[in-house]
Design a binder for this molecule. Structure first.
Ligand SMILES: NC(=O)c1ccc[n+]([C@@H]2O[C@H](COP(=O)([O-])OP(=O)(O)OC[C@H]3O[C@@H](n4cnc5c(N)ncnc54)[C@H](O)[C@@H]3O)[C@@H](O)[C@H]2O)c1
Length: 459
């Protein structure tokens, strides 16, 4: 049988990955009908909102949705219809770290993947290519296949592919338009290779062929965990060096520049910071730790666990009375706060009995309260609210504070009237630039005590 020509795609999960990824597929493949389904009604409503108030913020996303929605891009809560009609189904549901049961705190919670897979098996009446888009532990595809095969109808056969997503929040649309690579893993059977060809044809509409890498199923699953673990490991490595810099008077910027000039190392992801956040790095490394332990590889598990421990150490180092935290998103140009360093920072400030003023240009107040309530279980939100004030501007957040922490690298923080901020603060006034965003020399001239992460004070 020749590879299937994909005409209809269904994506289960209209989140940070499913939404942008499949909206771009729709834009680049006008001959393919793309339906993104989700159980969350309000999320789907937001994707469908007449004034394009989309549920997630990504530069360029609105433009893509404006061009394709209603033509060949649809958002719906009718999961079954989406499954029935599609030749190819992306499973792009959330895979958070397990909170309870075996592997709690480390392993990925595959419940959502399992439920989506069961739904596919129950509903499908014809053959489908099922694509793991979610980040999953190695050999999850095998469990999916077992579920699909045990529950399928006659005439419905399933080919499973792994196609992990490498987009970074904040640059998702650029990353999807010009990916470094697209990775597709399949079983090395004729059916598996044909299914792989079908998906590769979809990407071939805009991604150069040489950037579409086809590998075995297990390699593809592991490559996603490996890529995130290695990126996070570079951040923890440079953060570990930043502590040495502060103690010795060396400058982490200069060290990173010198090290990154080595073509074997390269310059990217060598920026010291308050630590990494986001929904993926920590969860994926913990997942790798769990995988290593379950494979009886304790040294390997300990090695990767240390990357997360270094990150916790770095976040703690940043935790001193009234403190203004500028930025709550886990990085600039996104409203996403999952695993944001700010959450841990504020939690630690509160445990030191500080009062915290917060300002972020994109994150809604409700989200901040929800994140803080989750981070400080056992403390009623009303008590937290007595120690935290959310502001709608940087100047008001800094007024009356002793210290400012730059927690997210929003460009607008560079353009603040720093003299006015200084005049409004209690003295001595401290700035901790956790993102190496500000002009430290200019701030010192105004009168601030400036600590830039990874720069010794003796300089
Ligand atoms: N966020 C990132 O930057 C990023 C990057 C690469 C990979 N990933 C991976 O992609 C996956 C999805 O991440 P995300 O950030 O998009 O998550 P998300 O929480 O934003 O979105 C997942 C969506 O799936 C929906 N869902 C869950 N179960 C469902 C079901 N049975 N039927 C229909 N809808 C269902 C949820 O309602 C939710 O809207 C995860 O495995 C994540 O690790 C994320």
């Amino acid at each position: 049988m020749a590879p299937v020509k994909v005409k209809k795609i269904c994506c289960i999960g209209a989140g940070y990955v499913g939404g942008p990824t499949c909206a771009v597929i729709a834009l680049k493949c006008p001959h393919i009908q793309v339906t993104i389904v989700d159980l969350n009604q309000s999320r789907v409503d937001a994707w469908n909102s007449p004034d394009y108030k989309l549920p997630i913020y990504e530069p360029g996303l609105e433009e893509v949705v404006r061009q394709a929605r209603g033509k060949n891009l649809f958002f719906s809560t009718d999961v079954d219809k989406g499954i029935l009609e599609a030749d190819l189904i992306f499973v792009s549901v959330n895979t958070p770290t397990k909170k309870t049961g075996v592997g709690a705190g480390f392993a990925a919670d595959l419940n959502y993947v399992e439920l989506a897979t069961r739904r596919i098996a129950a509903v499908a009446t014809s053959s489908k290519i099922v694509v793991e888009k979610s980040t999953v532990p190695c050999r999850t595809a095998e469990s999916m296949r077992t579920i699909l095969e045990a529950n399928s109808k006659p005439n419905a056969r399933f080919d499973i592919l792994s196609n992990p997503e490498f987009l970074a929040e904040g640059t998702a649309i650029d990353d999807l338009f010009r990916p470094d690579r697209v990775l597709i893993g399949s079983l090395q059977t004729q059916e598996g290779i044909d299914a792989c060809t079908s998906l590769a044809e979809v990407y071939a509409n805009w991604v150069p062929r040489e950037r579409v890498l086809t590998v075995g199923l297990w390699s593809s699953e592991l490559s996603k965990l490996a890529a995130n673990a290695m990126l996070a490991q570079r951040i923890s490595s440079i953060n570990a060096l930043s502590a040495i810099c502060e103690a010795t008077g060396a400058n982490i910027d200069e060290v990173a520049h010198a090290v990154g000039y080595d073509s074997r190392v390269g310059p990217k992801f060598l920026k010291a910071s308050v630590g990494f956040g986001g929904s993926c790095f920590q969860k994926d490394i913990l997942n790798l730790v769990y995988l290593s332990e379950s494979l009886h590889l304790p040294e390997v598990a300990a090695y990767w666990r240390q990357v997360v421990e270094m990150n916790e150490y770095q976040k703690r180092r940043f935790a001193k009375k009234r403190i203004a935290v500028l930025g709550f998103a886990f990085k600039a140009d996104t409203g996403d706060t999952r695993e944001s360093a700010s959450i841990t920072l504020i939690r630690d400030f509160l445990s030191e009995k500080a009062h915290v003023n917060v300002y972020d240009p994109k994150v809604e107040g409700e989200q901040i309260w929800q994140d803080l309530a989750e981070a400080i279980p056992g403390t009623p939100l009303e008590t937290i609210k007595k120690s935290v004030t959310i502001h709608n501007g940087a100047l008001s957040a800094c007024t009356g504070a002793e210290a400012i922490v730059i927690a997210t690298e929003w460009k607008e923080f560079r353009d603040i009237d720093w003299q006015a901020v200084y005049d409004s603060m209690n003295k001595p006034a401290f700035v901790f630039d956790g993102r190496m965003l500000l002009d430290a020399k200019k701030l010192r001239e105004i009168g601030f005590n400036v600590t830039v992460i990874g720069r010794g004070d003796r300089l």
